[in-house]
Every structure is written in structure tokens, then in C-alpha cells.
Ligand binder design. Structure first.
Ligand SMILES: [Zn+2]
Length: 257
């Protein structure tokens, strides 16, 4: 598929996601951060239902179906473990990532256009949902000694810029220098304190990624007193100058933790 065609296909968030009800042996725990989207394959050469995978995972003594999402060969998308639940797909990273599994063995087969499109639409949908441009899409093989999601898994799924037309967060390439180009945020600026500012909102989201549920601040895009306090706490915790102002160094830190 041409890049232009993919851009067009992904420009609308029109994906159908079916919630799939399945009995887990123990209750699932909620995740508080999402830094990565890990992609996987079933590595099966035959049609593989959600129940089959559920049984495999139960046999291993797990709670059951371990991925958050499942994409069938016909392009159907299922949310099995809730998107905000901790999965069991990527050892060491389950409490900070979403797991997306595609049906098939992509060590040997080529993914169909319909399955590719659904997978990319799902990932784009997740970027829209989490509104965090620093989320990374990674193959399971990046952190485990496996070929998952397969040697022939489409590179475009991993390399595509899903943030390209998402407007409500600041788009940031994680290069050192780019942090200097980000706006300096401070409570002393009336335009940021009293009016909505999308960079303030993006910064609040990043701050919240580092906070426990009960400490989270409102992501309202306004730099108020509470936001200032949390910025100061963050700076103190990271051995930065505690001035409550978000400049290049604080931005960089926010994106890297
Ligand atoms: Zn995997």
C-alpha cells in the first residue's frame, strides 16, 4: 500500500472495536501508565479463535487471554482484556504497555491488506485515546529473545507516524534539540494560566503519566496553582532547578521518564 493511501485510510477514527467477554480466572488490574504498544502474532498456521488463545494462556497458569487487543485475519478487531488493564503479553512491560496481537504466523506469511489496515487503525485509535505522542510502537522482539511478531511483519506498522494529524497534543520528535523548540510554560503567563493552551495540556498529560491515580491533576490545558505544584514536585524528584517553569530541560525529563 502507498503511504498516501494509508494516510487517507487512517485520517478517520472509524474503526469498529468489539468488546469480547471472557472469563478470567482472577480479576484484572488496572494500568496507570501507557508508554508502549507492543505488537505480537499468534504464530499459528490455522484459524485461531480468541477461546483457543484463552485456553493456551490458561494452560500456562495465566489469568487467561493475555493481549489487550486481537486482530483477526478478516480485519475484525476485538478488545479482550480492557485497554486500561494490565496484560500478560510482554514480560517486564505489562504494567506500562498495551498488547496488540495479530492472528497469523508472520515468520512465514505476508499480512493481508485488510488485517494490516485494521491493525494500523487500531494503533491510531489508541494514540487518539491516550493522547500521548511519546508512546512507542514496538515489536515484542525488541525486549524478548523471540522473533514475534514475525520476520515478515509489516515494517510500516512499526514505523508509521501515527501522530501526524492528531492536533490536540504537541507533536514531538524525541531528539535532544527539539526540546528547545517547545514553548516555555509557566503559571506567570496569563495566556497559559487562564486560557486553554494545548502545550499545557500535553505537559499535564506527561506529568500525570508519572503520578499515582489519586494524585493526578486535571488535564484542562490551564497552568494553575496545582499544575505548578506538581511541576515543582517533578523537578525536585528529578534533581532539576525547582522553579515551576517548564523549559527545555523539564520537557526533556518529562518525555524521558
Ligand atoms: Zn509476542
Amino acid at each position: 500500500m502507498e503511504l498516501e493511501q494509508i494516510n487517507k485510510l487512517l485520517s478517520q477514527d472509524d474503526i469498529k472495536i468489539e468488546k469480547y467477554d471472557i472469563k478470567f480466572t482472577k480479576s484484572l488490574l488496572e494500568r496507570t501508565t501507557t508508554k508502549y504498544i507492543f505488537v505480537h502474532h499468534t504464530k499459528s498456521a490455522y484459524p485461531t479463535s480468541i477461546e483457543m488463545i484463552h485456553d493456551w494462556h490458561l494452560d500456562r497458569g495465566w489469568k487467561g487471554f493475555a493481549y489487550n487487543f486481537y486482530v483477526r485475519k478478516n480485519g475484525e478487531v476485538f478488545e479482550v482484556r480492557g485497554r486500561d488493564m494490565i496484560g500478560g503479553h510482554t514480560k517486564g512491560f505489562n504494567d506500562m504497555s498495551v498488547g496488540v496481537c495479530c492472528e497469523g504466523d508472520f515468520d512465514v506469511e505476508i499480512m493481508s491488506t485488510i488485517q494490516l489496515t485494521s491493525t494500523m487503525k487500531l494503533i491510531k485509535h489508541l494514540y487518539n485515546y491516550y493522547k500521548n505522542p511519546s508512546i512507542q510502537v514496538l515489536p515484542h522482539s525488541a525486549v524478548a529473545d523471540k522473533t514475534c511478531p514475525g520476520m515478515k511483519y509489516p515494517r510500516i506498522i512499526l514505523e508509521y507516524d501515527y501522530t501526524r494529524d492528531i492536533k490536540d497534543f504537541v507533536k514531538v520528535q524525541v531528539y535532544k534539540d527539539s526540546f528547545r523548540k517547545l514553548p516555555i510554560l509557566s503559571k506567570t503567563r496569563p495566556d497559559q494560566q487562564f486560557k486553554y493552551d494545548s502545550s499545557v495540556e500535553a505537559m499535564q498529560k506527561l506529568l500525570n503519566n508519572n503520578l499515582y491515580a489519586e494524585e493526578k491533576i486535571l488535564e484542562d490545558g490551564k497552568f494553575g496553582i496545582l499544575t505548578q505544584e506538581k511541576v515543582k514536585d517533578f523537578q525536585e524528584l528529578n534533581n532539576l532547578k525547582i522553579d515551576g517553569i517548564v523549559g527545555a530541560i523539564t520537557w526533556e525529563r518529562l518525555f524521558s521518564v
